[in-house]
Design a protein around this ligand. Structure first.
Ligand SMILES: O=P(O)(O)OC[C@H]1O[C@H](OP(=O)(O)OP(=O)(O)O)[C@H](O)[C@@H]1O
Ligand SMILES: O=c1cc[nH]c(=O)[nH]1
Ligand SMILES: [Mg+2]
Length: 210
């Protein structure tokens, strides 16, 4: 399982995550921190993208310079909270396409319910990163990935801020081919299936809706 999970334990990520977790951190600072952290996570999740070389001319000479083999990227945000990760990632990947999948978690069954789906055509061209801050039971991520897989993207990765051990296990069972990148693996889930210690409801904290 662990080969498929990458915990980004960079000091800047961990410091910013601790400030973001605090209950007194309001929506404005919460969003700013999430922007910073998501840019740092984007840096790590793209670390092993395949490279190629092309001959270029600098003002001084000719060289074989490294370029991304496939610069076509697509980010897919799981609404609402996934949108909080987009701006930071787009700082590093400004040409990425962006898809959206609207899911909410039913508070009784904890299963995800889809209400929106819009992604670019020709997904087979795109290395795709599915983003959502929270991997709790894993149902939302697994069903989003199911849906996106049916469009046959070139490759797929999943990025979150926090993951629970249960969510990692479930997602790995359902989609063993999709690596998971996270800033933390927290202790577990409470009786309402919230991540503990966690950050609370990511969407509500981001948008001040509670
Ligand atoms: O792993 P799971 O148990 O499926 O839970 C995680 C999901 O719950 C949250 O969304 P929520 O349903 O609160 O919707 P929101 O983003 O609109 O607030 C979160 O952003 C994930 O999408
Ligand atoms: O801890 C959790 C679990 C699901 N959704 C959230 O926003 N937070
Ligand atoms: Mg929510």
């Amino acid at each position: 399982m662990t080969n498929h999970v990458h915990v980004v334990d960079h000091p800047l990520v961990q410091h910013k995550l601790s400030v973001l977790r605090k209950k007194e951190t309001g929506p404005s600072l919460f969003r700013d921190l999430l922007n910073d952290i998501s840019a740092l996570l984007a840096y790590e999740i793209t670390r092993d993208l395949p490279m190629t070389t092309r001959t270029i001319e600098t003002p001084l000479t000719t060289m074989d310079a490294p370029f991304l083999e496939n610069p076509e990227m697509c980010l897919v945000s799981i609404l609402r909270a996934g949108n909080g990760l987009l701006d930071g990632m787009l700082q590093l990947l400004p040409d990425a396409r962006v898809g959206h999948i609207g899911l909410y978690r039913d508070p009784k069954t904890f299963r995800s319910v889809e209400y929106y789906f819009k992604i670019p055509p020709n997904m087979e061209n795109y290395d795709t990163i599915v983003v959502d801050p929270m991997l709790a039971t894993g149902h939302s991520a697994a069903s989003a990935i199911d849906r996106i897989k049916s469009t046959k993207p070139k490759s797929m990765r999943f990025m979150c801020l926090l993951a629970s051990p249960e969510g990692i296990e479930y997602l790995h069972e359902e989609h063993p081919d999709v690596p998971i990148y996270t800033a933390s693996i927290d202790e577990g889930l409470n009786e309402k299936k919230y991540i503990v210690p966690g950050i609370g409801d990511a969407g509500d904290r981001m948008f001040g809706t509670q």
